[in-house]
Design a protein around this ligand. Structure first.
Ligand SMILES: NC(=O)c1ccc[n+]([C@@H]2O[C@H](COP(=O)([O-])OP(=O)(O)OC[C@H]3O[C@@H](n4cnc5c(N)ncnc54)[C@H](OP(=O)(O)O)[C@@H]3O)[C@@H](O)[C@H]2O)c1
Length: 287
């Protein structure tokens, strides 16, 4: 039997999952955003569904309701959906895709009788590039029935499923931040530094990206220890002091991030090496 999926908050994640699930045979029901224009655009991107500007009772008729609004809207949307659907929520499944929130943020729907859970694709979805879901990790948590449905959706999308405890979601989500947003930030810091020396953005990106790619490949293949290179691992503390002095010519966050990342490197990659830590502190202080 074809199941119906409602998508509430059809932005980057909602559109991508909606499109893929439609291709996999799901019937797409209401596709909801807060304006008619964005709802219509989402339906075009998904290739199916009924555009809805705002929440409606029709959403509750779907077998599975996927909440893909921004995190901040999830509790409010859940409360409003619970009010709209009342007892009709019994037997339905509601899942959100937030990495940081747990199924507890869907409590009003659980109280109304829905099975609630979260289904988080550990992938980055941008407006420009289609996110690769095949082989991506999906974490699931929530009550038993919601987890069963979440697992089924994740597997259908080609994902690898990991179960998580609700209380662990913020730390889990922060871990992803290191690989996505923070990685972008350090690459951009390197890019801006090179640009300040006369490189074009294109030249800077050409210089940095192959090095970043090689680091990623080494990390994946050989692990962190064998991948670690640079003045810290060589014990070139004079070089580190010169880096810090150079970074001080840029906005203060550059030198602060350089110091914080160097300290984190010692903690993670040379734990227990008190001498290295002391010498690093001296170099960071410019001594
Ligand atoms: N982007 C990622 O890489 C990524 C990865 C994994 C998980 N997630 C999670 O997935 C969820 C969605 O993220 P996203 O990046 O797809 O966000 P997004 O692109 O900003 O999309 C959010 C959508 O929700 C709609 N919306 C906002 N408030 C609403 C409301 N009150 N009622 C109905 N629709 C509403 C917005 O449309 P209008 O403004 O037109 O209303 C928009 O289409 C978040 O929980 C996020 O943490 C994101």
């Amino acid at each position: 039997m074809t199941e119906t999926l409602a998508i509430v908050g059809a932005g980057r994640v909602g559109r991508t999952l909606g499109r893929r699930l439609r291709e996999l045979g799901w019937r797409i029901g209401p596709v909801v955003t807060r304006s008619a224009a964005t709802a219509r655009a989402a339906v075009r991107a998904i290739g199916g569904g009924a555009p809805c500007a705002g929440l409606t009772r029709r959403i509750v008729a779907a077998d599975v309701v996927l909440l893909t609004t921004p995190d901040s809207a999830v509790p409010r949307v859940a409360a409003e959906l619970a009010r709209l659907g009342g007892r009709e929520w019994r037997g339905r499944v509601a899942l959100h895709t937030s990495g940081a929130l747990s199924s507890r943020s869907l409590r009003p729907l659980a109280r109304a009788g829905a099975a609630t859970g979260s289904l988080h694709p550990f992938q980055t979805f941008s407006t420009r590039a289609a996110a690769e879901l095949d082989g991506a990790l999906f974490t699931v948590e929530g009550d038993a029935r919601a987890v069963r449905v979440a697992r089924r959706l994740a597997r259908a999308l080609g994902g690898i499923v990991v179960r998580l405890d609700a209380g662990d979601k913020p730390a889990y989500h922060a871990a992803g931040g290191y690989a996505a947003g923070h990685l972008l930030t350090v690459l951009e810091a390197g890019t801006r530094t090179l640009m300040s020396l006369g490189f074009t953005r294109r030249q800077a990106v050409r210089a940095l990206v192959p090095m970043a790619r090689q680091t990623l490949a080494n990390f994946e293949r050989h692990g962190p220890g064998a991948t670690w290179t640079g003045p810290l691992v060589r014990g070139d503390f004079g070089t580190i002091a010169s880096h810090v002095a150079a970074m001080r010519r840029y906005p203060p966050e550059y030198a602060a991030a350089y110091a914080a990342l160097s300290r984190l490197a010692v903690r993670l990659l040379a734990p227990g090496d008190a001498a290295l830590r002391r010498r690093l502190e001296r170099a960071l202080a410019g001594r």
